[in-house]
Ligand binder design. Structure first.
Ligand code: ATP
Length: 643
């Protein structure tokens, strides 16, 4: 916290209380953050900037801080509202050309050399002679223009976007063009994850409070307050992931009042709780020794968080907080008859699973993925779904996250009415012996499920942990038991040209995991098996527009040499025979030893379009898998020796 204490970062933007935040102050902070690789320093720089924003905001003005934070995470609204940037390269090149008078082909040549359109925009601007100094840009102005761009639709929208961007660029000075262009592209590339932004926000709020109150805290007291503040904001945000609510509340009631003020609210999807993989029933029993637990079917569908608001509105959200109400109008339509009259508002955690209505048989995920993603009309639906509810997170005005699973489950069963084939409670079994679990596992597989979810029931440890991959939820998949190991979700970062029959498509791919601490992609394997010709064509069509000549700077390449690089965006689920150490790949490098970890005989399973690149498997999970494998091999050997 050393730097946060000193607050000696020079981003003084010279603005007065009540004036709009200058965009130059924000971009100065960005450039300082980008220039360092040290996490604490990045946090401290942003803290200093946000502290200035808080101190200089007029009373009752949460907007300055809100918009500044949104620009720091490169978003314009909460996730679930989905006002997105991500403007195409050609449109931006055109706007840079128009605002600087430079030839498009020169801009493209620079882009090839630099690999960063933001930098090209900044250099193009700075080499241009201007007679008049433009009026300085402000955070509210830039924010509103970015929103106009993101929201403009219709056939003349391209021209409108170019015109707004051209005007914005014309007003840019110093670093501003670089970051405006990067924001528009949808990638800020300053190496500051949202988690760090939350920490800076908390630190700035604590420091502002200290100055306002004139309290004299010792260094230890301050350190404790900063840490507590960060924990409060992280936990509040995981329950209510919208800055639109959290920031005004933070300014109004301060860190100490935040938990009381910001609670899970129907209509705002929370980040779901996730499970840890286990390889054997023995491992489950070790983990839950002397504890009560329950086994539930692990359905093979898509996670669906279903919200009902007091006014009757029903929304369905994906694992990634995307609004899927338009993908599942049938679920929304089916639901009312499954809700008891006394159930006025709720948040359900559930799995939507494809089902054959004639036979009642569950269908695999592949069947579900045949459904259209948007604007589905109930009368056109061919693949029907059943909702399997496994948790209740909110009921009639009360968040239930802190209650035990036993209580939440009882409330769920009391307040809803199962309708076979449409709405059911996840099948569960509270048996505790290996035999009971084994039998239930086999049953689940026979019924078309992936295996079991084993969940803690004990009252003191079974609260709902949003966004955590928790040891209180274990997944036991049939694949693990066959000795194949857990599947991984990996990002496609490179491609190899195909040979023979595959010359018109990519024949193999370079995959990477994602380290959310350093915000980098670490290469893990080359994969060329498990693909049908048809699938390869689909991948080609999806990946071709993402081609890059050079690896992006946030890809830790190692010795991998694909023929072509991709924008890291597409996530695949992959199985592997086992993991080995590798001098070529960089995954989990430094966690086990200097070499990275690689997958042996990786096999493609499916696209995970419910996951973004930042949701890919992380290096700690990979190191954990490697270590577990090493452990089971030693155990296996000593067992053999014993025989
Ligand atoms: P994967 O789906 O590949 O297992 P994941 O990262 O999406 O991985 P995990 O935490 O690993 O999520 O597994 C939990 C997922 O299993 C949930 O996100 C949910 O979609 C699904 N699921 C199916 N049945 C249940 C259940 N009874 N309880 C909880 N989750 C379930």
């Amino acid at each position: 916290f050393a730097l946060s204490f000193k607050q000696d970062v020079d981003i003084e933007g010279g603005w007065k209380v009540g004036e709009p935040v200058p965009y130059s102050a924000l971009t100065k902070a960005f450039s300082l953050i980008e220039a360092t690789t040290k996490r604490l320093e990045k946090t401290a720089i942003l803290t200093s900037f946000l502290l200035l924003v808080i101190q200089r905001s007029a009373k009752d003005d949460p907007k300055s801080l809100l918009q500044s934070v949104y620009l720091c995470i490169n978003r314009l609204s909460p996730d679930y509202i989905g006002v997105e940037l991500g403007i195409g390269e050609s449109l931006l090149v055109k706007a840079i050309g128009e605002s600087t008078g430079r030839n498009i082909s020169l801009i493209k040549a620079d882009l090839k050399k630099e690999g960063d359109l933001g930098l090209v925009a900044m250099n193009s601007k700075n080499s241009q002679k201007t007679l008049f100094k433009p009026k300085p840009l402000t955070v509210p102005f830039v924010f509103s223009k970015l929103r106009d761009i993101a929201l403009s639709a219709g056939h003349s929208s391209q021209a409108k976007k170019v015109s707004i961007i051209t005007k914005l660029l014309a007003a840019c000075q110093d670093f501003e063009a670089k970051y405006i262009v990067r924001s528009l592209e949808g990638k800020l590339r300053i190496g500051n994850a949202e988690r760090s932004v939350l920490v800076s926000l908390a630190h700035a709020a604590v420091l502002a409070e200290r100055e306002r109150s004139g309290k004299k805290w010792s260094t230890e007291q301050l350190a404790t307050r900063l840490e507590e503040g960060a924990n409060v904001i992280k936990s509040v945000y995981s329950e209510l992931p919208t800055y639109d609510e959290v920031i005004p509340a933070l300014l109004e009631v301060g860190i100490d009042g935040l938990r009381e003020k910001c609670k899970l609210t129907p209509g705002v999807p929370l980040k779901p709780m996730l499970a840890k993989p286990t390889k054997a029933i023995g491992e489950v029993l070790d983990r839950f020794e002397n504890k009560r637990f329950t086994c539930e079917y692990k359905y093979d569908g898509e996670r669906a968080q279903v919200h009902k608001l007091e006014d009757g509105t029903v929304c369905v959200f994906s694992r990634n907080s995307e609004d899927m109400s338009k993908k599942y109008p049938d679920l929304v339509e089916q639901l009312p008859k499954c809700i008891k009259e006394s159930t006025k508002s709720f948040v359900l955690d559930a799995e939507a699973v494809a089902i054959d209505r004639e036979t009642g048989k569950l269908m695999p995920f592949q069947e579900l993925s045949k459904r259209k993603r948007k604007d589905v009309r109930v009368e056109d639906i061919k693949v029907r779904v059943c909702l399997f509810a496994f948790d209740l997170l909110y009921l009639n005005g009360e968040p239930l996250l802190q209650q035990s699973l036993i209580d939440r489950r009882a409330l769920l069963r009391d307040h809803f009415i199962p309708v076979p084939g449409e709405f059911e409670f996840a099948k569960s079994n509270d048996g505790e012996t290996t035999d009971e679990i084994q039998t239930f596992l086999e049953e689940s597989v026979k019924d078309g499920c992936e295996g079991l979810m084993v969940k803690m029931l004990d009252t003191d440890a079974s609260f709902y942990e949003p966004s955590r991959r928790s040891v209180n939820w274990l997944k036991l998949k049939k694949d693990y038991l066959a000795g194949v190991g857990d599947s991984l979700d990996l990002v496609v970062v490179g491609g190899y040209y195909g040979k023979g029959k595959r010359t018109n498509v990519y024949g193999a791919f370079l995959l990477a995991c994602y380290d959310s601490d350093s915000e980098e992609f670490q290469t893990i394997c080359k994969i060329g098996t498990g693909f049908s010709e048809e699938v390869l064509q689909t991948h080609y069509d999806e990946l071709k527009p993402l081609e890059l000549e050079k690896p992006r700077r946030d890809i830790k390449v190692g010795g991998a040499k694909p023929d072509i690089w991709f924008e890291p965006k597409v996530v695949w689920e992959v199985l592997t025979a086992d993991l080995s150490l590798s001098p070529i790949y960089t995954a989990a490098q430094g966690l086990i030893e200097d070499r990275g970890v690689s997958l042996r005989f990786p096999r493609y399973l499916r696209i995970r379009d419910d996951k973004s690149a930042a949701d890919a498997t992380g290096p700690e999970q990979i190191a954990e898998m490697y270590e577990r494998q090493a452990l089971s091999q030693t155990k296996g050997k000593s067992k053999k020796g014993g025989d």
